[in-house]
Design a binder for this molecule. Structure first.
Ligand code: C2E
Ligand code: MG
Ligand code: MG
Ligand code: MG
Length: 283
């Protein structure tokens, strides 16, 4: 009986795995088509200055308008895009789209004149030898100010291959592009290495912000340490994932004056983002 059960479980496991493999293949095929059919959409989430009480910039976040499954978040397709290398054309589209959007805002409203656009770049994109040329071309075509563009990379990207990464960072810096580290505190940055890199912003991972309003626990000390590290290295600091007014109070007290999170706005489409720029602040 045990044997029969074992066999049955084995069969279920097997068909489950097959289903997963089929789904994955379908997703991969869909992803190829998505590029040809331009099914990607850029959303934008404001990054606010708590001191100046204004929107300092936006982070561009990709979505996929899937023909059958609706609007998909990046977690549903970025990992496969990364594995298959499709992240390269997708990422190139995103860099272009974010810069074109910034240009449209600049032309549409005076509030957009010195805002920044942050764009996520994954590890595979970052080691793409064409990255610098692609960015240079987008800058030429759109005419956006390179100082208004910030690339966000994660700590793991920097640990991949220190020498190559440093060279790429320096090339981007030479283009006057700004560079930030995303989800800071969750990876394994070598702190001694950090000040050799042309990084100008640390984005504190939202896991450290989540419980800040509850008690004065270790998260306070971690945030305090990241803020002072950033300040000592001459970098700015952004708190990610702010959802509650008490968290704003805490991060300000800890010396962090830039914030991003659902409390201010969820990621929204370009038109709504433009309206946010002109709207009075309700926080
Ligand atoms: P990320 O770069 O750390 O982006 C922040 C994520 O946190 C976004 O999720 C955003 O919607 C979410 N978020 C913002 N505020 C809050 C908040 O207050 N509470 C909570 N719970 N979440 C908040 P999203 O848009 O699903 O993106 C997830 C990740 O996908 C991004 O994390 C980034 O690593 C990646 N990604 C997004 N767009 C792109 C892209 O164009 N290229 C690449 N390579 N990766 C991208
Ligand atoms: Mg990011
Ligand atoms: Mg992040
Ligand atoms: Mg994240």
């Amino acid at each position: 009986r045990a044997k029969a059960l074992g066999k049955a479980r084995y069969a279920i496991f097997d068909s489950g795995m097959q289903l997963q493999a089929t789904r994955r293949l379908k997703l991969e095929a869909d992803l190829h088509q998505a590029i040809e059919r331009s099914e990607f959409v850029a959303y934008y989430q404001p990054i606010v200055s708590l001191e100046e009480r204004r929107i300092r910039g936006f982070e561009a976040l990709i979505r996929w308008q899937h023909p059958e499954r609706g609007l998909l978040p990046p977690s549903e397709f970025i990992p496969i895009a990364e594995e298959t290398g499709l992240i390269i054309p997708i990422g190139q589209w995103m860099i272009g789209e974010a810069c074109r959007q910034l240009r449209r805002w600049e032309q549409a409203t005076k509030e957009a004149r010195d805002i920044e656009m942050s764009i996520n770049v994954s590890s595979r994109q970052f080691s793409d030898p064409q990255l610098i040329d692609v960015i240079g071309e987008v800058l030429d075509q759109t005419g956006v100010n390179e100082r208004h563009i910030r690339l966000e990379i994660t700590e793991s990207v920097m640990m991949d291959n220190a020498a190559t990464i440093t060279a790429t960072l320096l090339q981007l810096r030479a283009l006057d592009i700004q560079l930030g580290i995303d989800d800071f505190g969750t990876g394994y940055s070598s702190l001694s290495y950090l000040h050799h890199l042309p990084i100008d912003t640390l984005k504190i991972d939202r896991s450290f912000i989540r419980d800040l309003h509850q008690s004065r626990g270790p998260d306070h000390e971690i945030v305090r340490t990241i803020v002072s590290l950033a300040s000592n290295l001459g970098m700015a600091c952004v708190a990610e994932g702010v959802e509650l007014p008490e968290q704003i109070h805490q991060i300000q007290e800890l010396g962090c004056s830039l914030a991003q999170g659902f409390y201010f706005s969820r990621p929204v489409c370009g038109d709504i983002a433009e309206r946010l720029l002109g709207a009075p602040l309700d926080w």
